[in-house]
Design a protein. Structure first.
Length: 181
């Protein structure tokens, strides 16, 4: 299905403050059973996405008309498919991030065969601490799609808005490749 031009995400400036920020020292539950702090560790890529629909389908009514909402599964699959290349560019940790709970995310990790964990911000602690861009749909508060490159706990680069979602991993690889050169 082709996305109508009115559903293309626009840069509304709500992520402009993120580059240069330090990640807060808080922990998020991960689908691998661990608790992750993004303020620790080396080169980390975190792609935030609104929500993945369950395997049985069931998108929110009007989902395709919400700018930037559609494409969470293709985005995750692209990061899966480029995982080895990201690692070869020095990425030590890769995470997907949404406001969905860990149980919901675990099903997606298994179904999509993701070689990296998803992080849950269902309590919006990270979203609040960083003032991440959000929107409401279907009675839920969801993250707008963005990708952060974090180096030693500091946000080095932000991709926002992200469109098309399935090309995000390639754009991250291009940016990381130019950073190394």
């Amino acid at each position: 299905m082709r996305i109508d031009d009115t559903a293309l995400p626009q840069d509304d400036g709500t992520a402009a403050h993120l580059t240069g920020m330090r990640m807060p020292a808080l922990r998020l539950p991960a689908t691998d059973g661990t608790s992750v702090s993004l303020s620790e560790g080396g080169l980390t890529v975190v792609y935030a996405y609104p929500r993945m629909s369950p395997a049985t389908g069931g998108a929110i009514e009007g989902w395709d008309a919400i700018p930037g909402a559609r494409g969470c599964t293709p985005q995750s699959c692209a990061f899966r498919d480029h995982f080895a290349e990201l690692k070869s560019l020095g990425v030590e940790r890769l995470f997907g991030l949404s406001t969905q709970d860990t149980a919901y995310q675990t099903e997606a990790v298994e179904r999509l065969h993701l070689p990296f964990p998803l992080l849950s911000d269902s309590s919006l602690i990270l979203a609040t601490a960083l003032n991440l861009p959000l929107f409401n749909a279907g009675g839920m508060t969801l993250l707008k799609r963005l990708t952060m490159i974090i180096s030693d706990g500091k946000i080095e680069h932000v991709f926002y808005p992200v469109f098309p979602p399935d090309k995000n991993a390639s754009k991250v690889i291009d940016w990381l490749s130019s950073r190394k050169g």
